[in-house]
Every structure is written in structure tokens, then in C-alpha cells.
Design a protein around this ligand. Structure first.
Ligand code: ZN
Length: 313
């Protein structure tokens, strides 16, 4: 199973960016994160970009090719990892040429014959470009935990000036950003689920967020339920476990089946269960204006449908 970071990056690496200003900004951040530059004997510059994510590598290659007007020569080197569960490493080499030197000048890496280490304000006058820049930084050097672990998103770089540029962007957007250093890296991080979700949404992730949010909701229900259980009896524990299981099964069912296709009584029961995850059977019976055994019967029916779904998968 790919890590959650990989899933997010795979989605972002296919984000359809059409603004030239934003492509410049995103590529600039990607290069700041993962590229080194080579100098030919004739003082022309080339690029070496290293990534573990093939989709990110392809995106960089497409951007560089798209932005260089003259022909450029590129090479792709894949270093396969010999260790299990370790990612391959992709190196994209762009051979030194005038076109690449011009591109790096346009992107602001070189100004007045000196190298700019990370002050990219010139590229970041518009909001769209700031967002694209952060997307590039995440694609190049970001990671995020799957929400069923602890909430944590971070960007790490060994380039101090670049880390300060990123820090100021996070602050401009009002994110509750923290920063620290780890070995030779400067690390910026977010720890709050809301901030992580809005950051990922801002830089263009959508599909991965659906899972993120539903897991988060489930986690909150579980916490709420745990609090209840601590001060109640073992009997309640059983009820609560059943309720949790029902919510999970019904959510799964509703992901696969449009709720409107269910018979009306089941629709009402499913909605009532999901909206009241910690209600007892008696309470659900009151909400639905039917007897307890009726509720029980309908819930069991919904769960049977969910289980049948799992088996047919
Ligand atoms: Zn832009």
C-alpha cells in the first residue's frame, strides 16, 4: 500500500496547471527542494532533479521542456532500490545549455551573476502563484500522515533562505505553522487537522481529502464514544461497539450505493444512525417513531447489505 504522502503527491502531480505564472512558481519551488545545478566548461547551467516519485519526476520534466523554447537534452536515470518497501530514485538530468541557463534566470535562480538561494518574492506577487509555489514545495519535500495516525504535515529542506520564504507564505495564508530543525534540515509543520485539510485543499488535493475527512470523522466519533464508555457499564460498551460497527458498515454501504435506491424506511434508519452515532436503540426508536425491534431489524438489514457488498468485492 502506498504511503498517504505518495497518494497525495500522485494526485497533486496530475493537477492541471495552465497558468504560466503558476508553472514558473511551482517549478521554482520543486527545483529549490530537490535540484542541484551543474556548470559546463562554457558556463552554461544544467539541472539534476532527484525524486522518489515518478509522477513528480514526469511533471518536472514536462515543465522544463514546456518552458524552454530551444531544444534541450534530458536524461532519466532510475536507481532501483534493493531494499523491500523502499522507493526507487529517479534522477532527471537536463544537460547544460543556453536554454536552461535562460530558464533559471527567468525563474530567478540567478540574478546579476550571483546565485539567489531562496528569495523568490518576485515570482510570488499573485495568490495563484503562492499556492502553486507551496504545491511545488510539498511535491518536492513534503510529507503528511494518514489521518488515522497523528495529524502531521511537514515540509523539510536543507536550504535556510528557502525555508524562510515558505514560512512567510504559510503565515500570509494564516496557517498555524510550527518550525524546527532536524539534523541538517529546516522543518515547517502543521499539526491541526483543519489546517492540514485546508492546506491540502489549497494546493489542489481533492480526492485524497475525502478519505482523510471520513477517517477523521470516525476518529472523533470513537473518541466521543470512548468518553461515554469510561463512565458506564460493560453493557453500554456492547451497545457502543455495535453502534460504531453500524456507522462504519452503513458508511461503506452508502459509498457504494446511492441512498435514494434504498427503501424509504432503510434510508431513514441509515440517516438516523449516522447522524446519532452514540444514540441507544431506544433513542433511535424514538427518533424514527417505531419500536425497538423494528429499529434492530432495519439496522441488521443495512449491515447485511454492507457485508454482502464486501464479499462481492
Ligand atoms: Zn499564478
Amino acid at each position: 500500500m502506498p504511503s498517504f504522502s505518495t497518494e497525495v503527491k500522485n494526485e497533486l502531480a496530475h493537477f492541471n496547471e495552465t497558468n504560466l505564472c503558476c508553472i514558473n512558481a511551482e517549478l521554482s519551488a520543486l527545483l529549490r527542494m530537490n535540484a542541484s545545478f551543474s556548470l559546463s566548461t562554457r558556463h552554461r547551467l544544467g539541472i539534476n532533479f532527484i525524486t522518489e516519485n515518478a509522477a513528480v519526476g514526469r511533471r518536472v520534466l514536462a515543465f522544463v521542456k514546456g518552458l524552454c523554447i530551444d531544444d534541450i537534452q534530458t536524461e532519466l536515470v532510475v536507481k532501483r532500490s534493493r531494499r523491500l518497501h523502499k522507493n526507487n530514485q529517479y534522477t532527471i538530468r537536463v544537460i547544460p545549455s543556453n536554454a536552461v541557463t535562460n530558464l533559471l534566470e527567468t525563474l530567478g535562480f540567478i540574478s546579476n551573476d550571483s546565485f539567489n538561494m531562496g528569495k523568490d518574492n518576485a515570482l510570488l506577487s499573485k495568490y495563484c502563484c503562492k499556492e502553486a509555489y507551496l504545491r511545488g514545495a510539498f511535491l518536492g519535500g513534503g510529507s503528511v500522515n494518514r489521518p488515522d495516525g497523528g495529524y502531521h504535515l511537514e515540509l523539510s529542506t536543507s536550504n535556510y533562505e528557502f525555508s524562510q520564504q515558505l514560512l512567510s507564505l504559510f503565515k500570509q495564508f494564516g496557517f498555524p505553522v510550527g518550525h524546527t530543525s532536524r539534523k541538517d534540515k529546516y522543518v515547517l509543520y502543521l499539526k491541526e487537522s483543519e489546517a492540514i485539510i485546508s492546506f491540502l485543499r489549497m494546493i489542489g488535493a481533492e480526492e485524497v481529502l475525502e478519505d482523510f475527512e471520513s477517517t477523521r470523522n470516525l476518529k472523533e466519533v470513537r473518541n466521543q464514544v470512548n468518553r461515554l464508555v469510561n463512565c458506564e457499564t460493560a453493557n453500554l460498551q456492547k451497545t457502543v461497539n455495535a453502534a460504531l460497527r453500524q456507522v462504519q458498515n452503513i458508511s461503506k454501504l452508502l459509498k457504494a450505493v446511492d441512498i435514494k435506491q434504498l427503501p424509504l424506511p432503510l434510508q431513514e434508519t441509515a440517516t438516523a444512525r449516522i447522524n446519532n452515532p452514540d444514540a441507544s436503540l431506544t433513542e433511535l426508536a424514538e427518533i424514527l417513531h417505531i419500536g425497538k425491534s423494528g429499529v434492530n431489524h432495519r439496522l441488521r438489514k443495512l449491515e447485511t447489505m454492507a457485508l454482502a457488498l464486501k464479499e462481492s468485492e
